[in-house]
Design a protein around this ligand. Sequence first.
Ligand SMILES: C[S@@+](CC[C@H](N)C(=O)[O-])C[C@H]1O[C@@H](n2cnc3c(N)ncnc32)[C@H](O)[C@@H]1O
Length: 301
Amino acid sequence: MTAPGTTEEILDVNTRYHDDAAATYDAKWGIDFGEIGAEQVLTKLRKVLGREVGPFGDVLEIGAGTGYFSLNMALTGHAERVTAVDISPGMLAVLEANARRLGVPVTTAACDATSLPFPAESFDLVLGHAVLHHLPHLDQAFAEFHRVLKPGGRLVFAGEPSRVGDRLATYPKTWAWRASPLWRRLMRASEAEHPGQHGDADPILETMVDVHAFVPDDLTTHARAAGFEDVGVRGEELLASWFGWANRSLEATANPEEVPWAWKQYAYRGYLAFQAVDRFLLEGRLPPAIFYNLMISARKG
Ligand SMILES: C[S@@+](CC[C@H](N)C(=O)[O-])C[C@H]1O[C@@H](n2cnc3c(N)ncnc32)[C@H](O)[C@@H]1O
C-alpha cells in the first residue's frame, strides 16, 4: 500500500481510479447477479447476522461500486428499497445500468462516506463491502452511519482486509508472478498488453487507494466510539484467499481471451471448494485476525 497523504488526495485518487476502472470492474472481479452472486452475498450476511438476514426495508449501501451486494440483496428479496452511494460517479453509472438491466429500482448519490445526504434515522440497514479500507476518517464515517440508521437498525461491513491476511497474501501473489512465464507457456497464452485488467485506470493508482488493513479491534473500537451496540467481528477466507490470489495473479499476466476454459473452471471450482473448507472447518475455530477478510456487524440502540 502506498497511501497518498492528505484527505483530499485520498478522496481524489479513489474517485479517479474507480471512475476509470468502472467499465471493466465486473469482469475483473467476477461480479455476478445470478445464483452464484446471490449465494455469495447471502452467505456473508448469514455469517454476520445469523438468522436475522431480513428482509430489510430501507437499505443504504456505502461504496456500492457496481452494486454487487445491495442489488443481489434486492434480487433475492432481502432488501426492499435500495439506496446506493459511492464517491465515484463512474461506478454509480455502471450500478445504475446493472439495476436497469436487472429490473431493480435504486436511488443513488455520489458522495463521500463521511457526509451522507440523508436525514437522521432514514435506514434499517447500513452496509458495505470492501470499502472501509479506502476511507481516510473512519471515526467520522462510523458516526455518519450511526446518524442515518433508525433506532434498532443494523450495520454490516464485509470484505475488509485484515492486516495479517493482507501480509500473508503477498506470498501467493509473489510466487505466482514469478511462475507466470512458465504458466503462460503451459496455457499457450500470450502476455497481457495491460496486466491486471485495470481498464482505462492508471495501475499505479490501485496501489494508492487502499489506506488501511485492520486488526479486529480497529473495527470494534470505531463502532463502539460511534455509539453502536452488539458489536461483533468475524474472519472470512484463509485457504480460499491464498488459492484465489495465486490464480488471479497468474491470470492477470495473460491475455484474458487466451486463458483456457478448463483452467478457469479449475480456478473457480477450486476457489469455491476452499471457501467451503474455510467456512466449515476454520472460520469458527481460528482467531478472526488471521483470515484475509474481516466482517463486522453492530446495532444502533
Ligand atoms: C473495492 S470497491 C468495492 C465496490 C463494491 N462494494 C463491491 O464490493 O464490489 C470500493 C468502492 O468504494 C468506493 N469509495 C472509495 N472511497 C470512498 C469514499 N470516501 N466514500 C464513498 N465511497 C468510496 C470506490 O469508489 C469503490 O466503488
